[in-house]
Design a protein around this ligand. Structure first.
Ligand code: AMP
Length: 368
């Protein structure tokens, strides 16, 4: 089987690494020759929306998927005329627009922060009047890693927010005083079967994921079940096939209980699932491939406790990380650049405390 991946970044690279033991071949559509996936898979050199490149690509693969969510929906549909494409392009459409995404969550009964579309300066004032401050103004499309966002702490900040982002279609969201950020990774097969990894706790800095702990500590079975119910609703609504990640804010409800507010979803394998390579019976990458190929899904059971730390900006000292027992280094073959995700380290241990202790040894090695 020849799997085509639109995009040649680290997610594609890790999909290929998971798929080679299954005897699969990989080809990426990617405009950059030195992309992480192009180091180890066939390359179809071309822009993601180049109709001719897409056609050449489609002729050389049996099934297509993507590894970033800003693939043009029209390109995904063009591929679909030749080969099966999973996840379905409708999932891209929903995930690419924060307004559509939040509206979908709300329609499915999944709680979200209060939000309103903002298309003019007047609309921003109107939205602020209903939602109140603090609030977050975000671009509806093409935001990632916290880019295209402005926190409006007080109503007086509206001018600065508008100066920063005005012009593009925007969304204003209530600022959530969350306890922590959690994500769920779900996978749905071609026959509709579903599986879930345990909730993951994520820490961000400057909008970029830094550390994930899996399973997240202090998760009641009820909270896990709630996250799975929300994910199932999305998977079914979209007729989804493959891995889907949903990011949540964990917040207190009025009665002092815990609730989940959906922030966003990613119709692909996700950074908060990298721990599954060593930390789960079947990795998110293998399960994504199993799903899109119509194979049985693999068990998502965690193997002990994992902490995943992203390597950002600065190349790490490989030998020093290798010296930490239980630390698994993954480098993506990228040139260091400030704020760039260059790799990750997963530490796995039999107890949460031991995983944490190992992570505490790795963390200073990553801080440049
Ligand atoms: P996003 O690109 O929507 O994932 O946002 C990046 C990060 O900004 C999130 O992981 C949060 O830490 C923070 N953030 C985004 N939206 C909100 C919100 N409505 N309330 C509080 N923090 C937010």
């Amino acid at each position: 089987m020849r799997v085509g991946i639109v995009g040649g970044g680290q997610l594609g690279r890790m999909l290929a690494l998971a798929g080679y033991p299954l005897g699969l071949r990989f080809r990426c559509l990617e405009p950059y020759e030195d992309a992480p996936m192009a180091h180890l898979a066939d390359l179809e050199l071309g822009a993601y929306d180049d109709a001719e490149a897409l056609l050449r690509f489609a002729r050389r693969i049996d099934v297509a998927t993507y590894e970033f969510e800003n693939v043009h929906v029209a390109s995904a549909r063009q591929l679909e005329a030749h080969v099966p494409v999973f996840p379905p392009p409708i999932a891209l459409e929903v995930a690419q627009d924060r307004l559509c995404e939040k509206t979908t969550f709300r329609e499915l009964g999944i709680p979200v922060p209060a939000f309103a579309a903002v298309d003019s300066r007047e609309a921003l004032d109107a939205a602020l009047a209903t939602i109140g401050a603090p609030a977050v103004l975000k671009t509806r499309r093409f935001g990632y890693d916290g880019k295209g966002q402005f926190v409006i702490a007080r109503p007086e900040d509206a001018d600065a927010a508008w100066a920063a982002l005005g012009g593009a279609p925007l969304i204003l969201e209530a600022f959530v005083e969350f306890r922590r950020e959690l994500s769920v990774l779900a996978v749905r097969g071609r026959g509709g079967e579903v599986a879930f990894y345990p909730l993951v706790e994520n820490r961000h800095r400057d909008g970029i994921l830094r550390v994930s702990r899996a399973p997240a500590p202090d998760i009641t079975p009820e909270l896990q079940a709630l996250a799975e119910r929300y994910a199932t609703a999305v998977l079914e609504r979209l007729g989804y096939v493959g891995v889907l990640a949903i990011e949540f804010f964990e917040a207190r409800d009025d009665e002092g209980g815990v609730r989940l507010l959906a922030n966003e979803m990613a119709p692909r394998v996700h950074n908060s699932g990298h721990w599954t390579i060593e930390g789960a019976e079947t990795s998110q990458f293998e399960n994504h491939l199993r799903a899109i190929l119509g194979l049985p899904l693999g068990p998502t059971t965690p193997r002990g406790h994992s902490v995943m730390l992203n390597v950002i900006g600065t190349a790490p000292d490989i030998a020093r990380i290798a010296a930490v027992p239980g630390a698994h280094l993954h480098l993506y073959g990228k040139e260091p650049r400030p704020g760039r995700k260059l790799g990750h380290v997963t530490v796995r241990a039999d107890s949460a405390a031991a995983a944490r202790a190992a992570a505490d040894r790795v963390l200073p090695l990553l801080e440049g």
